[in-house]
Design a protein around this ligand. Structure first.
Ligand code: MIC
Ligand code: SF4
Length: 638
């Protein structure tokens, strides 16, 4: 078997509710954070379960750790109290980004981890299967329900050769993204093998797995080998190591060959991670701001590599250069090795270990400014400024550009510099001072400040639905469009959050949808790509959205729509998309019957056209749609 298949089969449980094409997986660990976690816990409370049932759970204060708004402090108070009540460990403000801290301190090879964040595949760098899901699905797994997954295709990416100087793991995944695009990974797990992997360290492997999310994939994974063992030894937890490798001559569902020595530095231009050009193509573009970090490039290795480019150089006077370390452990290691002071004296500024600017929390670029980021996403407006111009690259390209004041090739800027690829400290500092280990205490009360609204529960769908098209959208709509980062402080207050739905595209949409009472959304391919935030379903639900009719959906978002009772329909014939206009009235009769059959007839009463919309969901999910969501169903099971 492949590594992914081995882990899947070891975690598959018999479950009568799993469809034939699904696997029902039992989770070893779960984690959540301060952007999605309040909904996780409010739903967990509504389920009525006791202490968390997985072996380990961690709650991270990482996205909004800087607490710009008191609403975010209220979220933190709720999460702290919930972690104490239900028995989750808590990673405190400033301790670091969930995916980085989790791989440093908690993830174990061979295990299956579910978390309420789309970049959970980062765990694959350790030979751990990490999958991202919406908060309701994470709450269900905390309560002991399995996680249902469409049986994936496992695609083998076979690496040969070794990376050349100043080319890094980020360039590897960007080059795969260039080939496959942001929807190329749908329904797939990417498994990285071949002779080339022995030259890639665990932090480099994590960078590659992290951005399998941008491929739209379910996950990415490396084998757990001697490199993994060595990393865990440096983390003082070699006892967590087990070998997990694919069987020899295993035949994967698909295969890709990548010669690492041929990879060149790449840059993603605004505003999609697959809008890639070779660094020469973007070179010369003046930059106002350069940022390095996030769960993709915040490791010790990434930042030490930046320091070697800055050696003997200085940050350009016109550039703000900020480093966002991925964890407190990274800061401690950089400080122990004397790298921190080198960075600061060369002109870098060092942030608290947090997601920060990656989702528009700080360093929001101004009008006309160019921002270059060694992060993972440059969706429109994600930086916090609607008309932003954000480029993505490796930390090495970013550092060279910070020195040059314009996008530059590190092989030019650092031609005379000596460079060790992906350096690691002999031993990582293993102080857990940022982690609070909690035993469950069900007598504890949840702290709910005034911004913590109750979770919306949908009325079951009516049998005849007649609704206007509130908005017609194009391809690749992200959950950042649906639930914009500028409103992240309202993540626990869906009525407030709903005022921001799709405003980056059409400022009047929320008002229009509200006035209509009930409505539908029409969209193109890959609707709901990006983050796992179920708010991207909950906020439209609050505006009265009953159905989304699209050419295609991203996995996590489709599950989120079903979990909250919104119909995710696809056109049987994509040409029907062209015949619909915003404002047309769509009428669907016999909804219950259509849900059962997986096919609904839609009449556009404005144009007089009738067309077929397909509903590709399991029998279990049909029940959610009939009952108004997943919550009543899970509650009846625990
Ligand atoms: C993101 O990178 O978009 C986030 C913020 O981490 C999200 C989670 C969220 O929306 O809170 C993700 O990737 O799932
Ligand atoms: Fe945080 Fe950005 Fe990673 Fe999301 S992508 S978890 S916001 S660092």
């Amino acid at each position: 078997m492949s590594v992914a298949r081995k882990i899947i089969s070891r975690h598959t449980v018999d479950d009568e509710d799993a469809a034939d094409h699904e696997v029902a997986l039992e989770g070893d660990q779960v984690y959540t954070h301060d952007n999605t976690g309040t909904m996780v816990y409010l739903q967990y409370e509504a389920i009525g379960a006791g202490a968390v049932s997985t072996d380990e759970m961690v709650t991270y204060h990482d996205h909004n750790s800087l607490e710009f708004y008191d609403e975010q402090s209220q979220d933190h108070a709720l999460l702290k109290s919930a972690a104490k009540k239900y028995g989750s460990n808590l990673s405190k403000t400033g301790n670091g980004i969930c995916h980085q801290v989790h791989r440093e301190r908690f993830a174990k090879p061979g295990e299956f981890i579910l978390a309420s964040d789309s970049h959970t595949p980062t765990m694959g760098g350790l030979g751990t299967l990490g999958i991202g899901a919406g908060g309701m699905d994470v709450a269900a797994t905390m309560a002991g329900s399995p996680f249902y997954l469409d049986d994936p295709d496992v695609v083998n990416v076979r690496f040969t050769g070794e990376l050349s100087e100043w080319v890094s793991a980020k360039d590897v995944i960007l080059s795969i993204l260039e080939e496959l695009t942001v929807k190329g990974g749908a329904g797939k797990i990417f498994e990285f093998t071949g002779p080339g992997i022995s030259s890639l360290s665990v932090p480099e492997r994590c960078t590659i797995c992290n951005m399998t999310t941008e491929l739209g994939a379910i996950s990415g994974i490396f084998p757990s080998d001697e490199v993994t063992r060595e990393y865990l030894r440096r983390q003082n937890r070699e006892e967590d190591w087990v070998r997990v490798e694919p069987s020899e001559d295993y035949e994967y569902d698909d295969q890709l060959e990548v010669d690492l020595s041929e990879i060149q530095p790449l840059v993603a231009e605004p505003s999609m991670p697959d809008n890639l050009v070779p660094v020469e193509g973007a070179a010369g573009t003046a930059v106002d701001q350069v940022l390095i970090g996030s769960c993709t490039n915040g490791s010790f290795a990434d930042i030490a590599s930046v320091a070697s480019i800055l050696e003997g150089n200085e940050v350009h006077p016109d550039v703000d250069f900020v480093i966002y370390p991925g964890s407190k452990q990274t800061v401690e290691a950089l400080s122990d090795e004397g790298i921190l002071s080198d960075l600061v004296s060369a002109g870098a500024s060092i942030s608290e270990a947090t997601c920060g600017a990656c989702i528009g929390n700080g360093h929001v670029p101004g009008p006309g400014e160019v921002s270059l980021r060694a992060f993972n996403r440059n969706y429109p407006g994600r930086s916090g400024y609607t008309d932003d111009s954000v480029y993505l690259s490796s930390p090495e390209v970013a550092a060279a550009s910070a020195v040059a004041g314009e996008i530059a090739d590190p092989r030019d800027v650092a031609a005379d510099q000596s460079h060790e690829r992906a350096p690691e400290p002999a031993q990582y500092p293993d102080s857990d001072s940022g982690i609070v280990y909690n035993e469950p205490n069900l007598d504890h009360s949840l702290v709910k400040g005034e911004n913590i609204a109750s979770i919306p529960i949908k009325e079951p769908l009516e049998d005849d639905v007649s609704v206007p098209v509130g908005i017609k959208l194009g391809d690749n709509i992200t959950t950042d469009h649906l639930s914009p980062s500028e409103a992240d402080h309202y993540r626990s207050n869906i009525p407030k959050l709903s005022e921001y739905v799709l405003t980056g595209i059409d400022e009047e949409y929320p008002e229009r949808a509200k006035e209509a009472g009930q409505s539908a959304i029409v969209a193109g391919e890959n609707y709901g790509q990006g983050s796992s935030r179920e708010h991207a379903a909950l906020a439209p639900l609050h505006l009265g959205v009953q159905a989304v009719i699209a050419k295609g959906f991203a996995r996590i978002h489709k599950d989120n729509l079903v979990n909250f009772g919104i119909l995710p329909l696809t056109f049987a014939d994509d040409e029907e998309y062209d015949a619909i206009e915003q404002g047309d009235t769509l009428s669907i009769e016999n909804v219950a019957d259509g849900i059962e059959r997986g096919e609904l007839t839609v009449e556009n009463t404005t144009s007089g056209r009738r067309f077929t919309a397909e509903l590709d969901v399991t029998d279990r999910q049909k029940k959610f749609l009939e009952q108004g969501g997943k919550l009543p169903y899970v509650r009846s099971k625990v």
